[in-house]
Design a binder for this molecule. Structure first.
Ligand SMILES: [Zn+2]
Length: 262
């Protein structure tokens, strides 16, 4: 007869002994249902589906030191592939909260839009403490974002700056339409250079033209990358020494995929 015995749950503060798998599955303890409890001992004399490995660790200073900027970019490409294929890693977030409370060693910093449909940590399958995420509508770069990037790279050791645009961006479309509204007007002024830099589209240079909007979104990412290199001496030097890499990408809201460029 199958036996499943859970003797101790570290996080859930519950103590349970269950001799019947069915009862275990109907337990109210979520971590037990997923087999995630760090303190659980599970023994069964019948073949069971392999429990996915649970990541309890966080990125360490040693790992951050050892990985190259190009390898970090590879981790982001691999993470999005896992996301698209439904193979996301399983993590014990409370363990990561506990471990990262003692310090952080993220290997990347992302500049991304505030759009609710584009949570970078999820679509790149990253855990707590893996990456910084500077979110601002339209993912542009200003002095405050530059300072954040310098902190992430120079002070905290991030190896990759990833500027992430996305399809159907409301901020980009508003900039295309020259929207004037409260403080949004000043915010959109940061995106206007990308609108102006995209040539052509004489018939329709508005948000109604999806191709124009897509072109502006990509141009906006490229301008952000150029601005980082131009206006941050700290990051420019780190890039020239091979300590940091800057890349751009575009997230497709329709299917969750990310195109990296160059
Ligand atoms: Zn957006």
């Amino acid at each position: 007869m199958a036996k499943i015995k859970i003797t101790h749950c570290v996080r859930g503060a519950c103590l349970a002994v269950c001799l019947f798998p069915g009862l275990l599955l109907s337990s109210s303890c979520d971590s037990h249902r997923r087999g995630e409890s760090a303190g659980s001992s599970i023994a069964t004399d019948t073949p069971a589906k392999k429990t996915p490995d649970i990541i309890t660790e966080v990125t360490t200073a040693e790992f951050q030191d050892s990985i190259t900027p190009l390898e970090v970019l590879g981790k982001f490409k691999a993470g999005n592939r896992r996301f698209l294929e439904g193979r996301m890693l399983h993590r014990n977030y409370l363990s990561q909260v506990d471990l990262s409370s003692k310090g952080q060693h993220p290997y990347a910093v992302i500049v991304s839009c505030i759009d609710s449909r584009k949570p970078a940590e999820i679509v790149f399958d990253k855990g707590i403490g893996d990456m910084f995420n500077a979110r601002i509508a339209g993912n542009f770069v200003n002095t405050d974002i530059l300072g954040s990037l310098e902190f992430a790279c120079k002070v905290s050791g991030a190896k990759l700056i990833l500027v992430m645009g996305h399809s159907d961006c409301g901020a980009i479309k508003s900039a295309c339409d020259r929207v004037k509204l409260g403080n949004i007007t000043a915010m959109l002024a940061n995106i206007t250079p990308a609108v102006d830099a995209v040539k052509g589209f004489p018939g329709n240079r508005s948000s109604k033209n999806q191709e124009f909007v897509a072109a502006v979104a990509k141009q906006n990412v490229l301008i952000a990358i150029a601005k980082i290199l131009k206006e941050s001496v700290i990051i420019r030097e780190m890039v020239s020494k091979g300590q940091v890499m800057i890349a751009g990408c575009m997230y497709d809201l329709r299917n969750g995929s990310v195109d990296f460029y160059p």
